[in-house]
Design a protein around this ligand. Structure first.
Ligand code: PXG
Length: 292
Protein backbone atom coordinates (compact mmCIF):
# COMPACT_ATOMS: atom_id res chain seq x y z
CA UNK A 1 0.00 0.00 0.00
CA UNK A 2 1.40 3.37 -1.04
CA UNK A 3 1.19 6.61 0.82
CA UNK A 4 -2.03 8.60 1.10
CA UNK A 5 -1.93 12.23 0.10
CA UNK A 6 -4.39 14.82 1.35
CA UNK A 7 -5.79 16.53 -1.73
CA UNK A 8 -8.48 19.20 -1.26
CA UNK A 9 -10.31 17.41 1.52
CA UNK A 10 -9.80 13.80 0.41
CA UNK A 11 -7.04 11.27 0.87
CA UNK A 12 -5.88 9.75 -2.38
CA UNK A 13 -3.13 7.38 -3.49
CA UNK A 14 0.15 8.98 -4.50
CA UNK A 15 -0.53 8.04 -8.14
CA UNK A 16 -3.80 9.98 -8.09
CA UNK A 17 -2.42 13.04 -6.37
CA UNK A 18 -2.05 15.22 -9.46
CA UNK A 19 -2.12 18.94 -10.16
CA UNK A 20 -3.01 20.58 -13.47
CA UNK A 21 -0.29 22.03 -15.70
CA UNK A 22 -2.38 25.22 -15.58
CA UNK A 23 -1.93 25.54 -11.83
CA UNK A 24 -0.17 28.82 -11.12
CA UNK A 25 1.82 27.13 -8.39
CA UNK A 26 3.62 25.35 -11.23
CA UNK A 27 3.45 28.08 -13.89
CA UNK A 28 4.61 30.93 -11.63
CA UNK A 29 5.58 29.53 -8.26
CA UNK A 30 2.42 31.23 -7.02
CA UNK A 31 1.73 29.40 -3.80
CA UNK A 32 2.99 28.81 -0.28
CA UNK A 33 4.28 25.87 1.73
CA UNK A 34 5.46 24.63 5.10
CA UNK A 35 7.74 21.79 6.14
CA UNK A 36 6.78 20.29 9.51
CA UNK A 37 8.10 17.38 11.61
CA UNK A 38 6.50 14.90 13.91
CA UNK A 39 8.41 13.02 16.61
CA UNK A 40 6.90 9.91 18.15
CA UNK A 41 3.31 11.07 17.49
CA UNK A 42 3.99 14.68 18.52
CA UNK A 43 3.83 17.35 15.84
CA UNK A 44 6.52 19.92 16.60
CA UNK A 45 5.38 23.58 16.62
CA UNK A 46 2.29 22.82 14.54
CA UNK A 47 0.55 26.08 15.42
CA UNK A 48 3.62 28.14 14.55
CA UNK A 49 3.90 26.45 11.15
CA UNK A 50 0.20 26.86 10.37
CA UNK A 51 0.32 30.52 11.45
CA UNK A 52 3.30 31.13 9.18
CA UNK A 53 1.54 29.37 6.28
CA UNK A 54 -1.53 31.59 6.68
CA UNK A 55 0.60 34.73 7.00
CA UNK A 56 2.49 33.87 3.80
CA UNK A 57 -0.85 33.27 2.05
CA UNK A 58 -2.39 36.46 3.45
CA UNK A 59 0.37 38.63 2.00
CA UNK A 60 -0.10 36.93 -1.38
CA UNK A 61 -3.88 37.48 -1.08
CA UNK A 62 -4.25 33.75 -1.43
CA UNK A 63 -7.31 32.81 0.54
CA UNK A 64 -7.00 29.34 2.01
CA UNK A 65 -10.49 27.77 1.99
CA UNK A 66 -9.93 26.09 5.39
CA UNK A 67 -9.92 27.50 8.88
CA UNK A 68 -6.60 27.09 10.70
CA UNK A 69 -8.09 24.44 13.00
CA UNK A 70 -9.28 22.50 9.97
CA UNK A 71 -5.80 22.71 8.45
CA UNK A 72 -4.26 21.42 11.69
CA UNK A 73 -6.77 18.60 11.70
CA UNK A 74 -5.96 17.77 8.07
CA UNK A 75 -2.26 17.51 8.99
CA UNK A 76 -3.02 15.17 11.91
CA UNK A 77 -5.40 13.04 9.83
CA UNK A 78 -2.78 12.71 7.10
CA UNK A 79 -0.29 11.41 9.65
CA UNK A 80 -2.83 8.92 10.92
CA UNK A 81 -3.85 7.82 7.41
CA UNK A 82 -0.21 6.93 6.81
CA UNK A 83 0.38 5.48 10.27
CA UNK A 84 3.46 7.62 10.78
CA UNK A 85 5.00 8.19 14.21
CA UNK A 86 7.98 10.13 12.92
CA UNK A 87 7.36 12.09 9.79
CA UNK A 88 8.19 14.96 7.53
CA UNK A 89 5.05 16.81 6.53
CA UNK A 90 4.78 19.14 3.56
CA UNK A 91 1.74 21.41 3.38
CA UNK A 92 1.29 23.19 0.06
CA UNK A 93 -1.34 25.68 -1.04
CA UNK A 94 -1.20 26.78 -4.68
CA UNK A 95 -3.09 29.58 -6.38
CA UNK A 96 -4.92 26.92 -8.35
CA UNK A 97 -5.79 26.46 -12.01
CA UNK A 98 -5.84 29.56 -14.17
CA UNK A 99 -4.94 30.55 -17.71
CA UNK A 100 -1.51 31.36 -19.12
CA UNK A 101 -1.44 34.90 -17.76
CA UNK A 102 -0.15 35.99 -14.35
CA UNK A 103 -3.56 37.30 -13.27
CA UNK A 104 -4.43 35.45 -10.05
CA UNK A 105 -8.11 36.42 -10.44
CA UNK A 106 -8.37 33.73 -13.12
CA UNK A 107 -7.59 31.10 -10.50
CA UNK A 108 -10.89 30.38 -8.82
CA UNK A 109 -9.90 27.68 -6.39
CA UNK A 110 -6.61 27.14 -4.52
CA UNK A 111 -5.27 23.61 -4.42
CA UNK A 112 -4.31 22.26 -1.01
CA UNK A 113 -2.26 19.15 -0.59
CA UNK A 114 -0.45 17.58 2.32
CA UNK A 115 2.26 14.96 1.99
CA UNK A 116 3.36 13.07 5.08
CA UNK A 117 6.21 10.67 4.63
CA UNK A 118 9.02 9.00 6.50
CA UNK A 119 11.63 11.56 7.33
CA UNK A 120 14.85 11.13 5.39
CA UNK A 121 17.43 12.04 7.99
CA UNK A 122 20.72 13.68 7.14
CA UNK A 123 23.67 11.32 7.56
CA UNK A 124 24.60 10.81 11.20
CA UNK A 125 28.16 11.81 10.29
CA UNK A 126 27.14 15.49 9.90
CA UNK A 127 25.96 15.61 13.51
CA UNK A 128 28.91 13.69 14.87
CA UNK A 129 31.71 15.37 12.92
CA UNK A 130 30.13 18.64 11.82
CA UNK A 131 29.59 20.05 8.37
CA UNK A 132 31.88 21.87 6.00
CA UNK A 133 30.12 24.70 4.17
CA UNK A 134 31.05 27.58 1.88
CA UNK A 135 29.73 31.01 1.01
CA UNK A 136 28.43 31.15 -2.55
CA UNK A 137 28.15 33.92 -5.15
CA UNK A 138 24.34 33.92 -5.21
CA UNK A 139 23.14 36.44 -2.65
CA UNK A 140 19.88 36.27 -0.77
CA UNK A 141 17.00 37.96 -2.64
CA UNK A 142 16.74 41.53 -1.43
CA UNK A 143 13.95 41.61 1.16
CA UNK A 144 12.61 44.88 -0.25
CA UNK A 145 11.81 43.00 -3.48
CA UNK A 146 10.58 39.71 -2.05
CA UNK A 147 10.08 39.41 1.68
CA UNK A 148 11.79 36.22 2.90
CA UNK A 149 8.99 35.64 5.44
CA UNK A 150 6.79 34.60 2.51
CA UNK A 151 7.52 30.90 2.28
CA UNK A 152 6.53 30.72 -1.36
CA UNK A 153 6.90 28.04 -4.00
CA UNK A 154 9.59 30.17 -5.59
CA UNK A 155 12.86 28.93 -4.11
CA UNK A 156 15.14 29.49 -7.11
CA UNK A 157 17.35 31.91 -5.20
CA UNK A 158 18.12 29.21 -2.66
CA UNK A 159 18.31 26.45 -5.26
CA UNK A 160 20.99 28.38 -7.19
CA UNK A 161 22.98 28.73 -3.98
CA UNK A 162 22.55 25.01 -3.27
CA UNK A 163 23.82 24.15 -6.78
CA UNK A 164 26.89 26.31 -6.20
CA UNK A 165 27.61 24.51 -2.93
CA UNK A 166 27.17 21.08 -4.53
CA UNK A 167 29.43 22.10 -7.44
CA UNK A 168 32.13 22.81 -4.86
CA UNK A 169 31.66 19.44 -3.20
CA UNK A 170 29.88 20.62 -0.04
CA UNK A 171 26.31 20.12 1.13
CA UNK A 172 25.26 23.58 2.25
CA UNK A 173 25.82 27.20 1.25
CA UNK A 174 26.01 30.39 3.27
CA UNK A 175 24.11 33.13 1.50
CA UNK A 176 25.11 36.74 2.11
CA UNK A 177 22.68 39.60 1.82
CA UNK A 178 23.17 42.38 -0.73
CA UNK A 179 25.33 44.30 1.79
CA UNK A 180 27.68 41.36 2.16
CA UNK A 181 26.56 40.35 5.65
CA UNK A 182 25.87 36.75 6.56
CA UNK A 183 22.17 35.98 6.13
CA UNK A 184 21.36 32.26 6.23
CA UNK A 185 21.78 28.97 4.41
CA UNK A 186 19.56 27.56 1.63
CA UNK A 187 17.04 25.94 3.95
CA UNK A 188 18.51 26.63 7.38
CA UNK A 189 19.27 29.56 9.67
CA UNK A 190 22.80 30.14 10.93
CA UNK A 191 24.18 30.77 14.43
CA UNK A 192 27.67 31.47 15.71
CA UNK A 193 29.04 31.43 19.24
CA UNK A 194 31.85 33.69 20.46
CA UNK A 195 32.92 33.82 24.11
CA UNK A 196 29.71 31.99 25.08
CA UNK A 197 27.54 34.64 23.40
CA UNK A 198 25.13 33.11 20.89
CA UNK A 199 24.65 35.25 17.81
CA UNK A 200 22.31 34.93 14.83
CA UNK A 201 21.44 37.41 12.07
CA UNK A 202 18.31 39.52 12.69
CA UNK A 203 15.26 39.33 10.40
CA UNK A 204 16.33 42.57 8.68
CA UNK A 205 19.41 40.75 7.39
CA UNK A 206 16.95 39.21 4.91
CA UNK A 207 16.35 35.84 6.52
CA UNK A 208 13.37 33.60 7.08
CA UNK A 209 12.49 33.70 10.77
CA UNK A 210 12.86 29.98 11.23
CA UNK A 211 10.68 28.17 13.74
CA UNK A 212 13.63 26.00 14.76
CA UNK A 213 15.70 29.20 15.12
CA UNK A 214 13.13 30.64 17.55
CA UNK A 215 12.96 27.37 19.51
CA UNK A 216 16.76 27.20 19.81
CA UNK A 217 16.99 30.85 20.91
CA UNK A 218 14.43 30.14 23.62
CA UNK A 219 16.22 26.98 24.76
CA UNK A 220 19.55 28.82 24.91
CA UNK A 221 18.10 31.69 26.94
CA UNK A 222 16.45 29.26 29.34
CA UNK A 223 19.82 27.58 29.79
CA UNK A 224 21.26 30.94 30.84
CA UNK A 225 23.03 31.94 27.64
CA UNK A 226 22.82 35.41 26.20
CA UNK A 227 21.41 35.34 22.67
CA UNK A 228 21.87 38.31 20.39
CA UNK A 229 20.37 39.01 16.98
CA UNK A 230 22.99 41.03 15.19
CA UNK A 231 24.51 41.56 11.78
CA UNK A 232 27.90 39.92 11.28
CA UNK A 233 30.46 39.38 8.54
CA UNK A 234 32.28 36.32 7.28
CA UNK A 235 35.40 37.48 9.15
CA UNK A 236 33.53 37.21 12.45
CA UNK A 237 32.11 33.85 11.44
CA UNK A 238 35.56 32.47 10.53
CA UNK A 239 36.80 33.50 13.97
CA UNK A 240 33.83 32.18 15.94
CA UNK A 241 34.29 29.49 18.59
CA UNK A 242 31.34 27.47 17.30
CA UNK A 243 28.83 27.55 14.47
CA UNK A 244 25.66 25.62 13.75
CA UNK A 245 22.64 25.59 11.43
CA UNK A 246 18.98 25.18 12.39
CA UNK A 247 15.96 24.05 10.38
CA UNK A 248 12.98 21.75 10.51
CA UNK A 249 14.66 19.01 8.49
CA UNK A 250 18.19 19.47 9.88
CA UNK A 251 17.26 20.32 13.50
CA UNK A 252 20.70 21.53 14.72
CA UNK A 253 23.77 20.69 12.63
CA UNK A 254 27.25 21.71 13.81
CA UNK A 255 29.50 23.48 11.28
CA UNK A 256 33.25 22.94 11.60
CA UNK A 257 34.69 24.46 8.43
CA UNK A 258 33.67 27.52 6.42
CA UNK A 259 35.40 28.56 3.19
CA UNK A 260 38.33 26.31 4.18
CA UNK A 261 38.71 28.05 7.56
CA UNK A 262 38.52 25.75 10.56
CA UNK A 263 35.92 26.94 13.08
CA UNK A 264 37.02 26.71 16.71
CA UNK A 265 38.52 23.33 17.43
CA UNK A 266 37.33 21.88 14.13
CA UNK A 267 34.79 19.66 15.85
CA UNK A 268 31.23 20.22 17.10
CA UNK A 269 31.45 22.70 19.96
CA UNK A 270 30.44 22.12 23.54
CA UNK A 271 27.56 24.62 23.57
CA UNK A 272 26.30 23.37 20.20
CA UNK A 273 26.28 19.80 21.54
CA UNK A 274 24.37 20.85 24.66
CA UNK A 275 21.79 22.71 22.54
CA UNK A 276 21.42 19.63 20.32
CA UNK A 277 20.63 17.54 23.42
CA UNK A 278 18.15 20.10 24.72
CA UNK A 279 16.48 20.32 21.33
CA UNK A 280 16.09 16.53 21.16
CA UNK A 281 14.42 16.59 24.58
CA UNK A 282 12.08 19.38 23.47
CA UNK A 283 10.92 17.45 20.40
CA UNK A 284 10.11 14.49 22.64
CA UNK A 285 8.10 16.49 25.16
CA UNK A 286 6.36 19.34 23.33
CA UNK A 287 3.95 19.23 20.43
CA UNK A 288 0.47 18.36 19.27
CA UNK A 289 -0.26 14.72 20.00
CA UNK A 290 -2.05 12.29 17.71
CA UNK A 291 -2.71 8.61 18.07
CA UNK A 292 -2.40 5.93 15.44
N1 PXG B 1 15.70 29.58 6.03
C1 PXG B 1 15.08 29.24 4.89
C2 PXG B 1 15.33 30.03 3.66
C3 PXG B 1 14.22 28.13 4.87
O1 PXG B 1 13.58 27.82 3.77
C4 PXG B 1 14.69 27.78 7.22
C5 PXG B 1 15.51 28.90 7.17
C6 PXG B 1 14.48 27.10 8.53
O2 PXG B 1 13.17 27.38 9.00
P1 PXG B 1 12.39 26.40 10.00
O3 PXG B 1 11.12 27.11 10.25
O4 PXG B 1 12.19 25.11 9.27
O5 PXG B 1 13.21 26.25 11.19
C7 PXG B 1 14.04 27.37 6.05
C8 PXG B 1 13.22 26.12 6.08
C9 PXG B 1 13.24 21.13 3.71
C10 PXG B 1 13.03 22.53 3.37
O6 PXG B 1 12.58 20.27 3.09
C11 PXG B 1 12.92 23.49 4.36
C12 PXG B 1 12.73 24.78 4.00
C13 PXG B 1 12.68 25.11 2.68
C14 PXG B 1 12.80 24.15 1.71
C15 PXG B 1 12.97 22.84 2.04
O7 PXG B 1 14.04 20.89 4.58
N2 PXG B 1 12.56 25.83 4.88
Amino acid sequence: MGIKIYMNGKWVDKEEAKISVFDHGLLYGDGVFEGIRSYDCLVFKLKEHIDRLYESAHTLMLEIPLRKEEMEQAVLETLKANRLRDAYIRVVVTRGEGDLGLDPRKCKKPNIFIIADKIVLYPEKYYREGLEIITVPTQRNIPEALNPQIKSLNYLNNILAKIEAINCGVEEAIMLNSFGYVAECTGDNIFMIKNRLIITPPPYAGILKGITRAAVMELAEKAGFEVKETIFTRHELYNADECFLTGTAAEIIPVVKIDSRVIGEGKPGEITLSLMRKFKELTKSAGVRYSL
